[in-house]
Design a binder for this molecule. Sequence first.
Ligand code: NAD
Length: 494
Amino acid sequence: MYRIDHWIDGRTVSSTSGRTGNVYDPATGQVQGTVGFADLSEVDKAIAIAKAALPAWRATNLSRRAEIMFHMRELVAANRKEIAALLTKEHGKVTSDALGEVARGLENIEFACGIPNLMKGGYSEQASAGVDVYNIRQPLGVVAGITPFNFPAMVPMWMFANALACGNTFVLKPSEKDPSASMFIAELLKQAGLPDGVFNVVHGDKVAVDRLLDHPDIAAVSFVGSTPIAKYIYETGTKNGKRVQALGGAKNHMLVLPDADLDMAADALVSAAYGSAGERCMAISVVLAVDTIADELVSKVKDRIPNVVVGPGNDPSSEMGPLISGEHRDKVAGYVAGAAGEGATVVVDGRDGAPTGGFFLKPSLIDNAKPGMKCYDDEIFGPVLTVVRVKSYEDGLKLINDNQFGNGTAIFTRDGGVARQFQFDVNVGMVGINVPIPVPVSYYSFGGWKASLFGDLHMYGPDGIQFYTRSKVVTSRWPDPRTSKVDLGFPQNR
Ligand code: NAD
């Protein structure tokens, strides 16, 4: 049994609230640790420390901030196996997947290394006689990040890399289900040369989150998690005058047209639906199969499922690990159990033969689903792929556009014209063309549409820099006694 506490002012600070949460090993189902839950005074302390660290940090040279990000890049790369091991230990994902998470997070630190370029403003010389106008980007202040269980390292990196590089100080509230990675990252930031107090971690639940949302010294909140909470965070945070970006849940559809390479599509479906046990916001959870190829596609996916090796994440032969908790495993299993009663066809039932002891399910495949069935309408967030048969491209497109979520989608086809039309027509924030999980590289930005994102700016990349800074416009004239005179008219430029 181990214990996780907060990280405030560059060191571990024990929680004294008396409230804790259990941290499970999802591969065994056993409690392996506890995490201290912050009370109001602990959150206030972290915010006060971050506020005190702000003046010196925002005055730190851009080149020094970049240098710290370069150091952090090296440290994360050197410790990627240690971070991945923590992810496997508390989240359950298999080692190769955990290493992938670290690699995708690292891209965001690499992006932030370019902060001197990213913070550049614009300059207009001689906007009026002897007058120059320019804009500069300045940090917001103390900003908060609230993150989900499914990417305990990558999603914090989406946020803090740009936030810190822009000159903000940070308070992270990670998921209470897998809190260790954030503590390891905090130590690496310290080793990288980040001054104490610039990055802080408070653990906990709604109590900590609500304090971050109503504390007057928090300027902005970045959130990633489920849609109901994202909506709550957005509404509460903006009501309290904060800048908020709140990313929510998903139901990502993959449209497979009759001209697609069906083997490639089936490989992509198995990888994208069952990777990380389906606990990815960019997982494919619905395949829209055009009638003429639906039987063949379903049979190809069905044939591949028995080859997916399900087991503990730290077993090198495992391809899919357990789910995050027993409660979540049972909820996911409930969708499979209920599918037949709703009129769908359970082609593969992942409850059969799942390893015992941990929070395991095997991959499930549900055919003949329709809108109105829970297995189609809800975000299941587990290893369940649902097939909806459609008559045409237009039918498939309509289903995607009618869906409440708009995070990711993909089309599989050999027809470039149709793919281009799809990219034009579809109401979804991230689109893959023969790419099942189109998570943008770090120099673009990540974000869905509709109920998958509340707020205006997407996460990381150029939007991240915009989110974590505000623009100031300066109009400047240097004294020239030759042109000085009294003029009570409104300033004009002609
Ligand atoms: P969650 O919404 O339960 O929790 C996210 C965070 O909010 C956690 O830190 C949690 O402690 C906190 N929280 C939970 N309930 C709260 C409440 N009532 N009030 C205030 N704070 C609360 O999400 P999760 O289960 O950790 O993660 C899975 C969800 O996240 C899925 O819906 C998935 O689609 C989504 N997700 C979305 C993206 C994206 O980029 N859109 C990325 C990853 C995960």
